[in-house]
Design a protein around this ligand. Structure first.
Ligand SMILES: NC(=O)c1ccc[n+]([C@@H]2O[C@H](COP(=O)([O-])OP(=O)(O)OC[C@H]3O[C@@H](n4cnc5c(N)ncnc54)[C@H](OP(=O)(O)O)[C@@H]3O)[C@@H](O)[C@H]2O)c1
Length: 297
């Protein structure tokens, strides 16, 4: 067997460092992860398991959660699961009460569960906005409010809010989704301003496109550049370790600043660039399909 390449040695070292830092950050802490049955939440839950986490896993699909909890324990963590529909605020309030009674104070809350709808505004119904507000904003809000008093009583807590770069840049065809995520971003921003001095940290994560089941209904995303799910999960892990105010790609922060200083210019870029970019990705998808049919193509 040949010598491992410099790159693989560097990656192994980075993975060891990540695991050690996450283990240290999670030691003696209880973490609650919503949306742990799939995608980014599932990947992060399993990374937390390798770091020995004491975790509470939440999503609707109980069987899926049980499977992940079993894997979690095999990897060295401890997990309890609560199959819960987070789009119902009353249910979220009850979940917070049950967790506090049965498991105790949650030190780190990762509000990751969410869903999106890709739909042009002219085809949207008010119900689309209501449904997405319920799961991306009202549910996580009720859960966070329910867990907050216990965090305040112990003088520390960390809330990680999983949002999207769409809030920074705007996102054509995602009006309902981006509106709901923006509502969440803003209420936790106020929470941070009010309670930062009392030991409560809040991290908002503007997540770019990530290859998860969420993208499955929209085929063209197969051609888009997207982050791998493990990398996206590691970003949550580093947020748990470092507790920054925000995690966002540089390029979307640049567009956000551009929007603040020259909104007309950003509008021009979108109007002229968006359709063209989609056409380019459409052609790329066709080439990918052709290569799948005939690898020599
Ligand atoms: N993938 C991306 O490109 C991307 C980009 C930016 C931001 N994000 C955000 O990242 C987070 C994770 O998304 P993902 O890509 O990992 O998607 P995913 O694979 O579809 O996972 C979504 C998770 O949310 C849970 N969930 C959805 N509705 C729920 C409900 N009503 N009650 C309880 N749990 C619910 C799902 O579990 P059940 O189905 O079992 O309930 C699942 O565990 C979301 O907040 C999403 O908005 C994703």
């Amino acid at each position: 067997m040949g010598k491992p390449s410099l790159r693989s040695r560097w990656e192994a070292r980075a993975a060891r460092k990540y695991r050690a830092r996450l283990r240290h950050a999670l030691q003696g802490r209880r973490i609650l992860i919503t949306g742990a049955s799939s995608g980014i939440g599932r990947a992060f839950a399993l990374q937390a398991a390798e770091a020995g986490a004491d975790a509470i896993l939440v999503a609707r699909r109980e069987e899926e959660l049980e499977r992940i909890a079993a894997e979690f324990e095999r990897l060295g963590g401890t997990a309890r699961v609560y199959a819960t529909d987070l789009s119902d605020s009353a249910v979220c309030q009850r979940l917070a009460e049950t967790v506090l009674r049965k498991d105790g104070t949650v030190d780190i809350l990762v509000n990751n569960a969410g869903r999106s709808i890709r739909r042009p505004i002219v085809d949207c119904k008010p119900e689309d906005f209501e449904r997405l507000m319920a799961v991306n904003y009202q549910g996580p809000l009720a859960l966070t409010l329910g867990l907050l008093p216990a965090m305040l009583a112990q003088g520390r807590g960390h809330i990680v809010q999983i949002s999207t770069i769409g809030v920074q840049t705007g996102a054509p065809n995602f009006a309902a989704y981006v509106a709901a995520k923006a509502a969440s971003d803003h209420w936790v921003r106020t929470l941070r301003l009010e309670l930062g001095g009392r030991g409560i940290d809040v991290t908002t994560m503007q997540v770019p496109l990530v290859r998860t089941p969420m993208l499955a209904p929209t085929r063209i995303y197969e051609a888009f550049p997207a982050l791998g799910v493990e990398r996206a999960a590691r970003r949550i892990g580093w947020a748990v370790v470092k507790r920054p105010v925000r995690v966002a790609p540089r390029w979307t922060t640049f567009l956000e600043v551009l929007h603040a200083v020259a909104p007309g210019l950003l509008q021009w870029v979108f109007t002229h660039g968006h359709e063209g970019f989609h056409r380019m990705m459409g052609r790329r998808l066709k080439r990918m399909d052709a290569r799948k049919r005939d690898p020599r193509a």
